[in-house]
Each structure stands twice: as C-alpha cells, then as structure tokens.
Design a protein around this ligand. Structure first.
Ligand SMILES: Cc1cc2nc3c(=O)[nH]c(=O)nc-3n(C[C@H](O)[C@H](O)[C@H](O)COP(=O)(O)OP(=O)(O)OC[C@H]3O[C@@H](n4cnc5c(N)ncnc54)[C@H](O)[C@@H]3O)c2cc1C
Length: 458
C-alpha cells in the first residue's frame, strides 16, 4: 500500500543540507512538512566541508554539538589563496569547522527523523501547478506518480533547481569561463601544496591516509563541454602541463570537474513557491561559502514560513526573506568572484595579489574580512546602531518573536526574532516593530531569567 502523504503545509524539495535544516526548523515550529528527494540513498561525498562561525553558532544552538565535535577546527582561512587569521572574529565559535558534507547531512537527516518529518527518497518533483490556496506537486516515485498538495513549496533542489525552472523564476547568471579538475588518487607520490600558482596554472595537492587529492586549473583554458565527469587522462595531462609531474601511474578513485558559473535567482519568493540554498544562488566553491549561505537561508526562512502557515506572521513578513537574504548572497558572489580572480587569474593579477597581501597586514582590514567570511556581519531589519539588526550572543532557539527585558529596570527592552536578531531596541516604537513581525496575538515577554509575561496585541 502506498503510504506516501498527499498533503502538507510545506513541501521541501531536496534533502541536501539546506532542505534538511529547513525541514527541522519547520517541524520544530509544529509545521506539517514533507521532504521529497530524487536520490534513493544519502549522498556520500565530502563536497562542502567547511562550516563558518555563524553556521557553527546556529548548529550549536540547535543541539548539533556532536557534529561540531567531530569537525576539525581551522583558525585560519584564505582569500583567493592568501592566508589570514580568523581569531579576531567575534564569536564563541570563531574559525572554520571542517566536516564532510555527508556527515552534516546525516546529522540533519537524523534530527529530521526524530522530529517526525517524512522524507520520501527516490521521489522526484516533476510538475508544479499553482492554485490560489495551494500548490499541487507532481512527483515521480518508485511506485508510480504521486500528487502532493502543499500550502507552500520550497525548492532546496540545488543549482539546477527544477522548482526554480517550473516556477519560472528569472535568474541573473554569468556563464563559466574557467574550470578546475580534481581527482582522488592512490599510488602516486606528490608533495602537498596549498594554492600553488605556477607559470601555467594553479595546483593543489594533499595526501591523507594514502589518498592524494589533486586539483588543477590551466590558466586561460576555457571549460570543456561535458555530459559527465572528465577522464582521469585529462587530469593527468593538466597536472603535467601545470606542475611538470607525472601522475599517470596512479589509480583514480573519483574524478570531478567544476567551473566558475555563478548566478542568483532574481526573486527568492514567487507566490507560494520559495527558493533556498544553491537553488537560489550558486558559484565556484572557493572559500567554502555556499553551504553556509544555504543553511543560513534556511534559518532565516524557517520561522517566517512557520508564522505564515500558522497565521501569526504580519503581512509582508515572508517577503523579508528575499529582502534580507538576496543581498547577502549577492555580496558573497562578488567576494567569490574577487577570490577567483586572485587565485585563478594569470600572471597579470600578480600586482593585485601583492597589494591585497599588504592590505591583509592591516588589522582592521583583516578583522573586516574575518567577519565577512565568517558570516558574522549580516544585519537585518531597520537601520540603527548596534545591537539593532545584529544577533545577540547565544540566543535560545525560538519559534516566535519575543520581547526580552535584560537585567535592571532601566535597560531598554529588545524585540528578538526567533533567529536571534534584534528587531527593535527601546520602548518607543516597540509596538510598531512588533506589528512588523506579527499579526494579532500575544507576544511573549521574557526577562533575562526566562520569565515570561505578555504584550497583548489587538
Ligand atoms: C558534485 C558537487 C561537488 C561539490 N563540491 C563542493 C566543494 O568541494 N566545496 C564546496 O564548498 N561546495 C561544493 N559543492 C557545493 C555544495 O555541495 C552545495 O553548496 C551544498 O550542497 C548546497 O546545499 P543545497 O541543499 O542547497 O543543495 P544540494 O546539496 O545540491 O541538494 C539538493 C538536493 O535536491 C535533490 N533534487 C534535485 N532536484 C530534485 C527534484 N526535482 N526532486 C527531488 N529532489 C531533487 C538533489 O538530489 C539533492 O540531494 C559541490 C556540489 C556538487 C553538486
């Protein structure tokens, strides 16, 4: 008997890291959410293995300390191959946290299961029909076609998003001009090198447990037309051309190519359809930002969508997801393009690298870069001096906004969003700020010991 659900408040398409975290956020807020995933089994590649300080904070607050404990802590990062220190980043989880993507996905999938989220594997979304009060989704599953009616659909289905295409969301994109080849190889002796720029190209090599990962780019070479991964012979030839070394005697375990195509959906919301993660923005995976942007999209969207489904969200709250997250990714696309130029540009970028290296010696410049690359300087909501728009340290993960009165009676109240960002500071204007988040209902007031009162709205 086919026990697949036929209705959901939210259908999440894609069980990558972003879809899984969003499903957890929604389930935590008591939204009936279903996830469909095209793959029959979990992905087992390391892919995006770097979590930034802001992502680590969010995971810690949600009880994923075991995942963080298995991650390696990196106190340094690089910008286009130029190293800099992250210790000046203002976070209890400063630094980068290295853990293979399949482990992150496994932890998130386990939590989603604990929260009772149905995850339908080997189910591919192929059709979207919009109705005034819902979206009807056509799914291809192992036991034939299936229809799921959902109040909202979120495409977390990766850079080639089917949801984005079916919803007709326009994109602004720059086609690929550069390509990198990489392979995991056994039986070769190649010395480790990080971001080595040579006369003819760029090379990286690292050997761990007898497996050598090589990554290579030939300066000025355009990306090949591909229908699948490259042959190992292509990697061998490129490696030879750039480094002069012969790795043809090695045994390839995995070969892959990726390019610098980048782009962004022009709208993250189209009526009842939303986009998050790589479906909303994609770029060369340099500097390891993509999974972090996506996980932070999920946290920004989760409570707003839950509030909309439950009916307490103020009109327009859901649209702030696009308004807040689109500029964050647009800025990061510029940072990635700048890194790509510094790292993969030919000899003509050497003067730029020299200047940039000098600027990185300036403490304020370094601190700025550490904050941006750790995703710590994103601010949301009305302008104003700190803490307006910033995240408070160690916020309790909530599912609804709350007014907090820290400490002594003369301290200004803070209107806190469920994602920990300060939506308002002070008594004056507080009611209006609350009305910007919630429709009609009581909003909990909470002092720093966690005692709650209520503000009654009409
Ligand atoms: C091959 C590959 C290698 C990568 N390597 C790196 C790397 O080295 N470093 C780095 O920082 N980043 C890397 N990335 C990028 C990184 O993995 C992504 O940024 C990250 O996974 C984004 O998560 P996501 O959940 O938005 O999308 P994804 O992880 O892409 O997840 C999307 C999910 O949606 C599913 N799906 C797609 N279409 C449908 C459909 N129609 N119906 C149902 N399910 C669907 C897919 O099967 C997939 O599981 C790589 C990505 C890929 C694809």
């Amino acid at each position: 008997m086919n026990r697949s659900p036929t209705a959901a408040q939210v259908l999440v398409v894609g069980a990558g890291p972003v879809g899984l975290l969003l499903a957890c956020e929604l389930a935590r807020a008591r939204v009936r959410v279903v996830v469909v995933e095209r793959l029959a089994a979990a992905m087992n590649e390391s892919r995006a293995s770097q979590l930034t300080a802001r992502t680590a904070e969010l995971l810690h607050e949600r009880g994923f300390d075991a995942l963080l404990a298995e991650a390696g802590h990196e106190p340094r990062a690089h910008f286009g191959g130029l190293g800099f220190d992250l210790s000046e980043a203002d976070s209890g989880h400063w630094g980068n946290w290295k853990v293979p993507q399949y482990r992150t996905e496994a932890a998130l999938a386990e939590r989603a299961a604990e929260l009772g989220v149905p995850l339908l594997r080997a189910h591919e979304l192929v059709e979207l029909t919009r109705r005034p009060d819902c979206v009807v989704c056509g799914i291809r599953g192992p036991r034939g076609p299936l229809r799921i009616r959902a109040e909202y659909v979120v495409g977390c289905d990766g850079a080639r998003s089917t949801v984005r295409r079916l919803a007709g969301v326009p994109v602004t994109a720059v086609p690929a001009t550069r390509e990198l080849l990489r392979a995991d190889v056994t039986g070769v002796r190649v010395r480790d090198r990080r971001f080595q720029r040579l006369e003819r190209g760029f090379a990286v090599a690292a050997t761990r447990g007898g497996v050598t990962r090589v990554m290579v780019h030939v300066f000025g070479r355009a990306p090949a037309e591909r229908t699948g991964p490259p042959d190992f012979a292509e990697v061998v030839a490129a490696w030879k051309k750039v480094t002069g070394e012969d790795i043809s005697g090695g045994d390839p375990l995995w070969v892959d190519a990726f390019d610098n195509a980048r782009g962004q959906a022009d709208r993250y919301r189209s009526g009842r359809v939303l986009l998050a993660g790589d479906a909303a923005h994609w770029h060369l995976p340099v500097g390891g930002q993509s999974i972090n942007l996506g996980l932070q999209d999920a946290v920004n969207l989760g409570w707003k969508l839950a509030g909309t489904v439950h009916g307490w969200a103020a009109p327009g709250l859901l649209d702030t997801y696009h308004a807040e997250r689109h500029p964050v990714a647009a800025r990061m696309l510029d940072y990635v393009a700048a890194q790509e130029l510094l790292m993969l540009g030919g000899p003509e970028v050497e003067p730029l690298r020299a200047v940039f290296a000098e600027v990185l010696g300036v403490e304020r410049a370094r601190a700025h870069l550490a904050a941006v690359m750790s995703n710590l300087d994103d601010r949301y909501g009305p302008p104003g001096p700190a803490p307006m728009g910033r995240r408070v340290p160690n916020p309790r993960p909530r599912t609804e906004p709350v007014v907090v009165r820290p400490g002594s009676p003369d301290t200004a109240p803070l209107l806190l969003r469920p994602d920990g960002h300060v939506a308002w500071v002070g008594e004056e204007g507080l009611e209006e700020a609350i009305r910007g988040l919630i429709r009609t209902r009581a909003i909990p007031r909470e002092d720093e010991e966690g005692r709650c009162g209520t503000v009654t709205r009409t």
